[in-house]
Structures are given as structure tokens and as C-alpha cells.
Design a protein around this ligand. Structure first.
Ligand code: SAM
Length: 270
């Protein structure tokens, strides 16, 4: 692991996501998306993210989603009134699914295949809202560098909206003999390494390229946003789960863990 470079981790993660894509088309969830995206007001966003986006003011705005996967959340931004939507992801296999969903939608999002660390000129300084949702930050080896690229997509006064899983949950292993015991350090530096396909429901035994998942503490993420020239305007933690169903067991506990959070931050003038 000592010799793994950030570039190697990003490239390997790309291969892992591409090799996982086929598994995501065999689910009932995919069939539901195909059936639903034709509605002009289609949205798969939950009440928490919907409320934050409406408060920030998504209506009539130009939005980008970084790490958009199959584009279902990007398409949902139209349902909340966005004027234009761009989805960026480095997985061409998932973007092919995004294009398929968009072809059934009355809206016309643009999907761009790019590593967030190598964005095309055309997306720089262009957006009122940059959205990052569940399960994106952990693929980034350097949260400070990542946040600078994210900030570069915003106009001055534009807002970053994050709805992520809470990093403190990474301390627990839902498949351990006792899933309630801390299993690893919140401050671990080495990534979690996986050699199986990345799926959201259950666990996969199909081999795939190695993927690397990095834990960034909440403090590191907030500090990275500030260092990228963003002013934090909202940070809220929640007791509900927004991640894989394996984690549902941590909900509704008397001694409740934080399970997810929303953060908004505004790009200051240079
Ligand atoms: C968990 S998925 C999902 C995001 C979204 N919350 C969803 O549910 O559709 C994470 C996505 O980040 C993308 N990704 C990971 N590293 C990336 C990078 N360096 N640049 C662009 N996309 C990246 C992956 O290809 C994957 O589609």
C-alpha cells in the first residue's frame, strides 16, 4: 500500500466502477428508474436532500453533479426546477446508463466523462450549484485537492451542496460478529481495499478491479472546503441512514450514531 499513488487509486477505482456497472442493471431499482424517469417531475431524491436543495434555491439554476453515476439524481434536479444540469463521472459504463435514462426523460442533461481532478475547461466557473451525494468523497485520495476542483466549477456566489454518509460510521463494520463495537480508527490513513464488484444491496462475490475507499473525517472535509475558498453556510448531522442497506441496523438506537450529514458552502469572490 505504501507505493499506491493517488493516480493509481483513481484509475483502479474507475475500472472497478466500470466492472460493477452490469450488476446495477439487473435490479428492480433499475426497472423502477426506467419506468419513472419519463415523468417531467421525476425525482429519486429523499426529503432531506430535497429540502436542502430547495432552501439553497435550485429553481432556475445551472447545476452540476460530481460523481453522478447513472444520472438518476442529476435528472431529479430538473424535477426540483433546475434550468440546466450537467453530470460528471469517470465511469463510462455508468454514464451509458445515464444516457439511457435521459433518453426516456423529457429533460436534456449533459453527461461528461471525466475524473473530477481533470475537468474540461467548459465546466469551470459555470454553475450556481455543485452537488455531491452519497458515496463520492471516499473515492478521493486527497480531499483538499478534490475540493479545489469542485470549487472550480462554481460561479462566484455559487453553492456547493453535499449530502454524504457520516465518516464516523466507517469506524463500524456491519458484518462483524459484534457490529456495534468500533472496528477501526476514525483517523485511519490507509484506504479500505476491495476486490469485489461494488454493489448497494448485500455483498458481491464477483471479482472486479481493486477499489480504494479513503476515510476523510468531518473536520478534514469542512477544512478542505474552507481552504478551497468556500464559506460554510450550513452543516447538519442526521440519525437516519442514506447508505447501503447493511447499515440500516445502526438506525433507531438508544445510543444513536451520526449516520449522514448535509453541508452547504458558498464560493467567495476571489
Ligand atoms: C457511490 S457512486 C454514486 C453517487 C451517487 N450518490 C449515486 O447514488 O448515484 C460514486 C460515483 O463516483 C464516481 N467516481 C469515483 N471517483 C471519481 C473520480 N475521480 N472522478 C469522477 N467520478 C468518480 C464513480 O464512478 C461512481 O459512479
Amino acid at each position: 500500500m505504501d507505493t499506491l499513488s493517488a493516480q493509481q487509486a483513481i484509475a483502479s477505482n474507475k475500472a472497478a466502477w466500470n466492472e460493477s456497472a452490469e450488476h446495477h442493471k439487473t435490479t428492480e431499482h433499475w426497472q423502477g428508474l426506467l419506468a419513472g424517469v419519463g415523468e417531467p417531475d421525476f425525482s429519486c431524491l429523499d426529503p432531506t436532500l430535497t429540502s436542502v436543495l430547495l432552501q439553497v434555491g435550485i429553481q432556475g439554476r445551472d447545476a452540476v453533479q460530481l460523481g453522478c453515476n447513472n444520472g438518476r439524481e442529476s435528472l431529479s434536479l430538473y424535477g426540483l426546477g433546475a434550468r440546466s444540469v450537467v453530470g460528471v463521472d469517470q465511469s463510462d459504463a455508468f454514464l451509458a446508463q445515464a444516457v439511457e435514462l435521459a433518453s426516456r426523460s423529457p429533460h436534456a442533461p449533459e453527461f461528461i466523462e471525466a475524473d473530477v481532478h481533470h475537468l474540461p475547461e467548459g465546466v469551470l466557473g459555470r454553475f450556481d450549484i455543485a452537488l455531491i451525494t452519497i458515496g463520492v468523497l471516499g473515492w478521493m485520495p486527497d480531499i483538499g485537492l478534490f475540493m479545489r476542483h469542485v470549487a472550480s466549477t462554481l460561479k462566484e456566489g455559487g453553492t456547493l451542496v453535499i449530502y454524504e454518509t457520516h465518516p464516523f460510521l466507517e469506524v463500524f463494520d456491519p458484518e462483524a460478529a459484534n457490529p456495534m463495537l468500533p472496528a477501526t480508527s476514525y483517523f485511519r490513513r490507509e484506504p479500505f481495499v476491495q476486490n469485489e464488484a461494488i454493489v448497494y444491496e448485500g455483498t458481491s462475490k464477483s471479482a472486479a478491479a481493486t477499489s480504494y475507499w479513503f476515510v476523510h473525517t468531518l473536520g478534514e472535509t469542512v477544512s478542505a472546503a474552507i481552504a478551497a475558498g468556500l464559506q460554510i453556510s450550513h452543516l447538519q448531522e442526521y440519525p437516519h441512514s442514506n447508505r447501503e442497506e447493511l447499515y440500516d441496523r445502526y438506525e433507531n438506537q438508544a445510543a444513536q450514531l451520526p449516520m449522514c450529514y448535509t453541508l452547504t458552502a458558498v464560493k467567495r469572490s476571489a
